[in-house]
Design a binder for this molecule. Structure first.
Ligand SMILES: [Zn+2]
Length: 192
């Protein structure tokens, strides 16, 4: 089970030779890019001082493009250093996954199989043509390969509320089941 690591990986990668549009002041500006005033209200992850950058050659323009990595991203962007379509560039933070044995048309064997459910990840596609994909978003894997994607904070809150309601109703089902079983196994005396 992997947890997102909030620290910036110090792998000495493309960061070292990434070109900065701001020239010599780029490095200093980047190091100070997180205002101190945010540290009280922002999650710890947002306060990592240095954002990892990487460079790739755009398959569209043929030019070198420098991208800034999402803090906590676990992608090894070394693999992106060749020619890439910008739309294929993405950052990714995996969340924990869990499995349940399920039965249904997704099963190949005709008997219950283990499927991932409600696993989540945070992604961003900084060069996506769709604005909703450029900012970090959450994707929930409702069930194996079936996703609720591009969740912004408000939409994620809505999804969490619905899930919470369903979990609460499962608690009610649990109580109901216990009572029904008790009644089933201990039938009341019937007057003759
Ligand atoms: Zn990244």
């Amino acid at each position: 089970m992997k947890k997102p690591v909030p620290t910036t990986p110090d792998d000495g990668g493309p960061e070292d030779h990434a070109t900065q549009p701001l020239g010599s002041v780029g490095q200093a500006a980047r190091l100070q890019s997180v205002p101190a005033s945010l540290s009280n209200s922002e999650p710890a992850k947002a306060s990592s001082a240095v954002r990892r950058t990487f460079t790739f050659t755009s398959a569209v323009t043929g030019e070198k493009v420098t991208a800034t990595c999402m803090p906590g991203c676990t992608i090894d962007h070394e693999a992106d250093s060749d020619t890439q379509h910008p739309h294929d560039i993405y950052c990714h933070i995996p969340g924990p996954a869990s499995e349940l044995p399920l039965f249904g048309p997704l099963c190949d064997t005709g008997s219950p199989e283990d499927f991932r459910f409600l696993s989540w990840q945070i992604q961003s596609h900084p060069f996506s043509g769709r604005p909703a994909e450029r900012l970090p978003f959450v994707a929930i894997e409702a069930i194996d390969d079936h996703y609720i994607e591009y969740l912004d904070p408000d939409t994620l809150e809505m999804v969490i509320s619905r899930l919470q309601q369903q979990v609460n109703s499962l608690r009610e089902a649990h109580v109901q089941l216990v009572n029904l079983r008790t009644a089933y196994l201990n039938p009341p005396e019937v007057a003759a």
